[in-house]
Write a protein that binds this ligand. Structure first.
Ligand code: GDP
Ligand code: GDP
Length: 440
């Protein structure tokens, strides 16, 4: 069952406290993101949970647009993007500095959307400041919710209002044997081209042709008896209207697509090499826990190729996208069709790897071997004892390791266990979650 998570976009002037609020909400959840080197730290989105509802929150203030730094202009772009892509818009204003022209301008835009808009007035740090809220009724966006992001005041009420505004759940009917693919990557890496190349293959039977509206329409197809869905990251085919905000990379669309996918195709432009932006996008894929296949496209125009070129490029990938060690790499040309036929095979393979379950008895044998080859080092004169390990979930595979004292488990030892798991069982293309618990 794949249900896409609602997206909440925070819009607001610089310095109203967007990132402070963002970080406060982030603190409310248990962190599951592993501390792997290379994953970008300047987060602009986070996965949050409130009252059992999962959602993704995005700070539009952190999104880079192609346009200048002009505040009003970038505010308009933020608001437009939120109106296009988010499910709920959180408009944050500053109770200390009071109502500004930019706020009024943004409110005017937001009043035209049918999407729910929640207005929060920040920096209401004490009851004495409550009066600062009233002038914001003038924005015509309903009752403003007073909060203090830095003191974490009233955030519960705010989150209640956000969650209450989520669209009614529409259960997506998903065929269990169908493998959903999200194609992500920088503009111009060849996302549309590879999609078209895959759908144009001889053995592919397309059962559902994407429409031309701006709404996301997935494409269903079958190849060699396996059913696939290509998730449309809306706009993959659409070419922008002139007035549309030119976001350098559509974070919201990608997150939404990744969220609905079983396997993510992370596309890299061979000709241009691996950039900082690729690193960020790859970080989204990694943190999602979905299966990942790295596709290095435009291989046809890679300069001065020799028989070591793919090896060298793969080394560079492993170096720059260190957190994606587990992802298989394919060198393609969407233009000539080179290796395009392999894409779906790899996707199917990775989907199988993600769904693999290992018996507890087999895992414990692995632990016994691992410990005898490489006993856990002593820590403050105490020895880590691993009591047993069991797999509790798939997609991504999740393991719980019961020990005498979790404090004694060093990150590098956990890494060692992960490597043993991969050596023995593969788990290619999928991240693994290893959780350490004290035995009850
Ligand atoms: P952003 O530019 O909208 O992301 O704003 P920041 O989160 O960076 O905050 C801008 C400034 O406002 C920082 O100095 C924060 O410490 C301060 N700030 C944020 N929230 C509050 C609040 O609730 N009360 C007060 N007094 N200051 C706050
Ligand atoms: P998207 O923005 O990621 O969807 O990229 P497009 O599929 O629109 O491709 C951008 C440009 O790169 C187009 O001009 C394509 O014809 C070209 N292109 C895509 N794939 C390849 C490839 O494998 N080799 C070469 N030489 N050009 C490609």
């Amino acid at each position: 069952m794949n249900m896409s998570k609602p997206i909440v976009a925070i819009v607001g002037r610089p310095n109203v406290g967007k990132s402070t609020l963002f970080n406060q909400i982030g603190k409310k959840r248990v962190s599951i993101v592993d501390d792997m080197p290379g994953v970008t730290r300047d987060r602009i989105y986070l996965d949050a949970e409130w009252l059992n509802q999962h959602f993704t929150m995005i700070d539009t203030g952190g999104i880079e647009f192609d346009e200048s730094n002009h505040i009003l202009k970038s505010m308009r772009q933020q608001a437009q993007l939120a109106m296009d892509e988010a499910d709920v818009i959180l408009f944050l204003v500053d109770g200390r500095s009071g109502l500004t022209t930019a706020d009024e301008e943004v409110a005017r835009l937001l009043r035209s959307t049918k999407k729910p808009v929640i207005l929060a007035v920040n920096k209401i740090d004490s009851p004495q400041r409550a009066m600062d809220v009233y002038e914001f009724y003038n924005l015509g966006l309903g009752d403003p919710i007073p909060i203090s992001a830095s003191n974490a005041m009233n955030l519960g009420d705010l989150l209640d209002a956000i969650v209450a505004a989520f669209p009614k759940k529409e259960e997506e009917v998903k065929d269990e044997d169908e493998i959903s693919i999200a194609v992500i990557g920088r503009p111009n890496v060849g996302k549309s081209s590879i999609v078209n190349a895959i759908l144009g293959e001889e053995r592919v039977i397309v059962s559902d042709v994407p429409g031309t509206t701006r709404d996301a329409i997935d494409t269903h197809f079958t190849k060699d008896g396996t059913k696939f869905t290509l998730i449309d990251t809306a706009g993959m085919r659409r070419r922008g209207k002139i007035d549309e905000p030119v976001e350098r990379y559509s974070v919201m669309r990608s997150l939404r697509a990744i969220d609905r996918a079983d396997v993510v195709l992370m596309m890299i432009n061979a000709f241009e090499g691996i950039t900082e932006q690729d690193k960020k996008i790859a970080g989204y894929a990694h943190e999602s826990g979905k299966g990942v296949v790295i596709v290095v496209n435009k291989w046809d125009i890679y300069p001065d190729k020799d028989d070591k070129s793919t090896l060298r490029f793969t080394d560079e990938l492993r170096d720059k996208l260190g957190f994606l060690q587990y992802a298989p790499v394919l060198y393609t040309s969407a233009l000539t069709g080179q290796r395009v036929a392999r894409v779906t095979d790899l996707v199917r393979y990775v989907a199988e790897q993600q769904a693999m379950r290992i018996k507890t008895s087999v895992l414990n044998e692995l632990i016994r071997d691992a410990v005898s080859v490489n006993p856990p080092p002593m820590h403050r004169g105490r020895q880590l004892k691993i009591l047993f390990m069991t797999q509790t979930d798939i997609c991504p595979p999740k393991f719980i390791i019961f020990v005498n004292d979790p404090e004694l488990m060093h990150f590098s030892y956990l890494r060692f266990i992960e490597n043993r798991l991969r050596e023995q069982f593969g788990f290619e293309g999928t991240p693994l979650r290893l959780i350490v618990r004290a035995r009850k």
